[in-house]
Design a protein around this ligand. Structure first.
Ligand code: PMV
Length: 304
């Protein structure tokens, strides 16, 4: 039996602008997708994905790996998840990364993290018809917190300061492809506006990186607030996201922003230890669901 797992992720800074070549900062989270491969007597590949709807990604990964390697036909692949796909924690990318690693182990091929990233990125972009920056694939492969840019041309590990984060789920599933297309349509109409906002987001990311390096949580919070305003200007926030972000700030957060594509999914707030409980309560009172998440998580690994 082979068992592998890969973590989900949260975008901390650089949402949307990363699609246009600017850097982003993404953190792997302590919620993982696991893949188990077992041999059977039946001469067929059986895929069991309880509570998981990443079938297109699983099929594409199997066909990609079958073109590369001699994958046995008598196997059962079981995919389980520590989080539901509804939060937008990058379950599709984590499935692809964990499955490529498991299949490589199965055929005894040693594959470097970089090779795994390149292959998994190709698979994910194929399924998503080219849409996406691939930051989620990098988080699943490398773990930790990384600065990511240009489809993996830059993947730099950084360390997070010891501030606390609170994640609030809006209750609405975001449609990442639709939100990326929305920004692309706005860019076609108003290129100067979108380019200006993306440039400002890119500058925010570099400042955030420096604040993380020196442990300046107060300035990091201010950058989150300005980031959220830029994302509002791009038209990707929503009333629910704005409500939760406002509630977090009123509850005492140092900063708060939507995380990821927008339109739904989660927001994230940076808090001091003292304000964590009041921010969580404010998010809940505003109708959000607080999702317990921590960072510093390992990338893809073999578990058994
Ligand atoms: O919705 P998520 O968490 O998958 O994040 C999407 C982030 C974007 O920058 C909008 C798109 C991308 O692929 O980078």
């Amino acid at each position: 039996m082979i068992q592998t797992s890969a973590p989900g992720k949260l975008m901390l800074f650089g949402d949307h602008a990363v699609v246009y070549g600017y850097p982003c900062i993404v953190a792997a989270i302590n919620k993982r997708i696991s893949v188990v491969i077992e041999k059977t007597e039946h001469n067929e590949i059986t895929i069991l994905t309880p509570g998981n709807d990443n079938h297109a990604f699983v099929q594409k990964t199997l066909s990609y790996c079958s073109d590369l390697w001699n994958i046995p036909k008598n196997i059962v692949i079981t995919i389980t998840s520590e989080f539901t796909g509804k939060y937008g924690f990058g379950s599709s990318s984590a499935v692809v990364v964990a499955l490529v690693r498991a299949l490589a182990e199965m055929v005894d091929v040693s594959i470097s993290p970089r090779e795994l990233f390149d292959g998994a990125l190709r698979i994910v972009l194929d399924v998503q018809q080219g849409v996406g920056s691939g930051f989620d694939v990098a988080a699943a492969c490398f773990g930790g917190t990384i600065v990511y840019q240009n489809k993996g041309a830059v993947i730099d590990e950084i360390s997070l300061p010891s501030c606390c984060w609170v994640v609030g789920y809006t209750g609405v599933k975001a449609n990442t492809v639709a939100m990326v297309q929305k920004v692309s349509e706005l860019r076609a109409k108003e290129p100067a506006t979108v380019d200006r906002i993306c440039r400002l987001i890119g500058e925010d990311v570099l400042r955030a990186r420096e604040c993380m390096r020196v442990g300046d949580c107060k300035s990091l919070g201010e950058i989150m607030d300005s980031h959220h305003r830029y994302l509002q200007e791009l038209g990707v926030s929503s009333d629910r996201l704005d409500t939760l972000v406002r509630a977090a700030k009123q509850g005492g957060a140092l900063g708060a922003k939507l995380s990821g594509a927008g339109g739904g999914d989660c927001m994230i707030a940076l808090v001091s230890e003292d304000s964590k409980i009041s921010v969580e309560k404010a998010i809940q009172d505003a109708g959000g669901e607080v999702v317990s998440v921590s960072f510093h998580e390992q990338g893809v690994r073999r578990d058994l």
